[in-house]
Design a protein around this ligand. Structure first.
Ligand SMILES: [Fe+2]
Ligand SMILES: [Fe+2]
Length: 318
């Protein structure tokens, strides 16, 4: 079956009619306030950041806030597609009903965030949301429970907790509180439906997709806040490598990546046997890059360095 995970909005003549059928209250956009503080992005006390002109800082700050929410919308769209797919693949009526409920909750999350985004772009996906879409399309029922329902939904739960704690806007903060109640159920529902012990070496050998996807997630966390660094350093061609390393130190890039890696490791430990997690630890799967290595991945001025594929760490996203 061919289908798209991310879809455009308002491209049909029946949009107004369908909007009524959804039965949601009318969307009301908030006035142009900044939704997330500079502290949230870890840049408030950075000398490199504060050395940029006010105009540039204002533009990047708005871009970061908006990017964060747009990515959230893509994730919710992926959640709708995922829950519908899992509903079709369900093996009993309980599972099907659960996934029908989850699909409707993801749809409501999408609707609640929409008013806070200036324009909903159903085409331009970030690398992170492309990565998630790829998992949704490829995973079978069991792989979906491991990768999406438990790991990514668990990651999403942590993500929304951070957004809720750091949001400046009261109405949006309330939206995150609502979403969090559902996301906690989505994550724990995955654990409840797995119906087998934690994954062994043999299971992971048999499902190389699970192993490869978890490895890609770990690698994308290990590279640190690249998108943030790239956005800031693309804005001013005068900034060089020394400033880049200073910036990464000031935003505590390594510590932040380590914190996220620990969240990821805890999630992996819920579905993979401890002996396997320990072996991965010894092999360096959960090791984050040093500042200088992170700096090598950011392009300055006219340099052309391609960012590695992003996983769940896309800084805005986590
Ligand atoms: Fe959601
Ligand atoms: Fe969810």
């Amino acid at each position: 079956m061919k289908y798209n995970v991310v879809l455009p909005e308002k491209d049909s003549l029946s949009h107004e009619t369908l909007q009524k059928l959804k039965g949601y209250p009318e969307r009301k956009s908030p006035d142009g306030e900044t939704l997330f503080s500079e502290e949230f992005f870890g840049i408030a006390n950075s000398e490199v950041w504060n050395g940029l002109s006010q105009d540039v800082r204002g533009r990047i700050h708005a871009e970061l806030s908006e990017g964060l929410l747009k990515e959230t919308l893509h994730i919710e769209m992926a959640g709708m597609a995922y829950a519908n797919k899992m509903g079709l693949l369900s093996q009993n009526i309980d599972q099907r009903q659960v996934f029908c409920e989850f699909a409707s909750q993801e749809s409501r999350h999408f609707e609640m965030i929409c008013p806070f985004v200036s324009e909903i772009d159903g085409q331009l996906e970030s690398e992170f949301s492309q990565f998630v879409s790829g998992i949704v399309k490829k995973a079978n029922f069991f792989e979906g429970l491991i990768l999406v329902q438990t790991t990514l939904e668990g990651w999403g739960l942590h993500y929304y907790q951070e957004l809720q704690k750091n949001c400046n806007h009261e109405a949006l903060k309330k939206v995150f509180v609502e979403i969090l109640k559902d996301e906690a159920k989505h994550h724990s529902g995955g654990l409840a439906m797995i119906e087998k012990d934690k994954l062994t070496d043999r299971d992971l050998f048999e499902s190389s997709f699970v192993y490869q996807t978890l490895t890609t997630m770990a690698q994308s966390i290990a590279i640190g806040p690249l998108q943030l660094a790239q956005t800031v350093f693309s804005a001013d061609s005068q900034l060089g490598r020394a400033e880049l390393q200073k910036f990464l130190r000031e935003v505590e890039a390594v510590e932040r990546a380590e914190f996220k890696m620990n969240v990821f490791k805890r999630l992996v430990s819920k579905v993979v046997q401890p002996s396997v997690v320990e072996a991965w630890q010894r092999e360096g799967m959960f090791k984050v890059l040093a500042e200088s290595e992170m700096a090598n991945l950011v392009s300055l001025g006219t340099e052309q360095i391609h960012l590695p594929k992003q996983g769940p760490s896309a800084d805005a996203s986590l």
